[in-house]
Design a protein. Sequence first.
Length: 166
Amino acid sequence: MFSKSKINEPGPKSAEADKPAAPSQSAPAATNKSNEFKASAPKAKPPASILSSDLHVTGNMKTTGDIQVEGTVEGDIRAHLLTIGESATIKGEVIADDVVINGRIVGRVRGLKVRLTSTARVEGDIIHKTIAIESGAHFEGSVQRQDDPLNPGAKTTPTAKPNPAS
């Protein structure tokens, strides 16, 4: 009686379920599943890479992701979002879509959006599309607005003028 009810249920017949699947049929299915997983994997945004306060890096860094620096870097940094912590010191050029400066930078800063917080200390030029400087930030250098600040060959917009700041 039980076998009769199983035959009427939707799905593979008991004779088909007992047979092992052919290897050529299961391999493409596994490949498709892995491709589907790989296709969906880049959608999840990885967390920012954090360089701790006791870390001293000598050399250039480049990523398409986010970096949070709490230590010292002697070299150039290129990233999507770059956050400079209050205890951090960067000696080199910084290039990122978004730059948030809480610490110290000695060198040029290039970014679509650049933000100097009240604890920021920047010694160098800032080339930006948009900029925000909080009260209390220390800045020595010039400021230039460019439509494409990430491209070193881009021209300055006609209204931009170098501004020495206090």
